[in-house]
Write a protein that binds this ligand. Structure first.
Ligand code: EPU
Length: 270
């Protein structure tokens, strides 16, 4: 969303070992920690944070053996979608148009109509707050809708299992999915993706539209006219503007549709 305050410490470990040992030091010193992947699903408060943000931005290494692909947490999800198509590997087409890093995708169980990332994950490696490292499989975490259930563990790397496919068909499907998303979502504007989770068998965007909230604004934060579940920053919106808008929309949807919307984005400091 490009809003929010400053952190006292900002760490960019260069490999998983550095990330794990940084966590151990911060834990020992009792310094509060927040994890940052690509930042595309996060709303940070406008006030400064008296703690440390660990960013996975420099964890960029990846290694592929056939259909099995090991990716450090900071590798970009759009890059993976592109490289998979190039290598003739199918399974990632539905993730086109989703920004962020593979570590963040694992934490949030990113996805949509075409499946969720945990459908493709063989295992992940995490570091616990005390710095210890563990490998976890889907059965250990039981991921659910938009929740990889990682708790307070930091994702260090992800191993994906894809399938061999026809390169041209994969590229065509990727282009098709992207065209559908670009028609429905404000992909080129600054946003945090969908703000609310879809209530069971309903669409949050449709509920927002039916409640007449599209186009509403607080400062430079607007409810997108294209998709009701997106709030876009059209200038210098502050996180407080976004939060006020979220509350107005949530209250209105509750009054008019009798549905209580739950946040999908990560609110730091809550
Ligand atoms: N709709 C409206 N008005 C709107 C928005 C949507 O009437 O303003 C209707 C659409 O016409 C459609 C239905 O609601 O009939 C569903 O909309 P859409 O297909 O756009 O998908 P969605 O349920 O709103 C979900 C995910 C998206 C993901 C898409 C496509 C959630 C909260 N959202 O959106 O994920 O990209 O499916 O797979 O699960 C995200 O999580 O950040 C995100 C963007």
């Amino acid at each position: 969303m490009r809003s929010g305050g400053k952190a006292a410490l900002f760490l960019e470990p260069r490999n998983p070992q550095e990330a794990a040992s940084s966590l151990a030091v911060l834990d020992k010193e009792k310094i509060p920690v927040l994890y940052l992947g690509g930042g595309s699903n996060v709303l940070a408060p406008d006030s400064d944070f008296d703690g440390a943000v660990i960013s996975t931005a420099c964890l960029k290494t990846s290694a592929r053996q056939g259909e099995i692909w090991n990716l450090w947490a900071g590798v970009s999800l759009p890059g993976i979608v592109h490289d998979a198509a190039d290598a003739g590997l199918t399974g990632m087409e539905g993730f086109v148009g989703i920004p962020g890093s593979i570590g963040g995708a694992a934490r949030m169980n990113s996805g949509g109509r075409f499946g969720e990332i945990w459908d493709r994950i063989e295992s992940i490696e995490v570091a616990d707050p005390d710095g210890s490292r563990r490998t976890l499989r889907p059965v250990d975490l039981n991921p659910s809708y938009r929740n990889g259930n990682l708790g307070d563990s930091l994702c260090l790397s992800v191993t994906l299992r894809l399938e061999k496919g026809n390169r041209k068909e994969i590229q065509e499907k990727t282009a098709q999915v992207l065209a559908q998303k670009a028609a429905a979502q404000p992909l080129t504007e600054r946003s945090a993706g969908c703000i609310f989770k879809n209530p069971p068998s309903q669409s949050a965007g449709k509920l927002v539209e039916l409640s007449g909230c599209k186009g509403w604004n607080e400062g430079d934060a607007y409810v997108s006219e294209k998709h009701g579940n997106f709030i876009v920053n059209r200038g210098k919106a502050r996180s407080a503007d976004v939060l006020r808008l979220i509350e107005r929309v949530r209250r209105t949807v509750l009054e008019k549709q009798k549905v209580e919307l739950e946040l999908e984005i990560q609110l730091w400091g809550k």
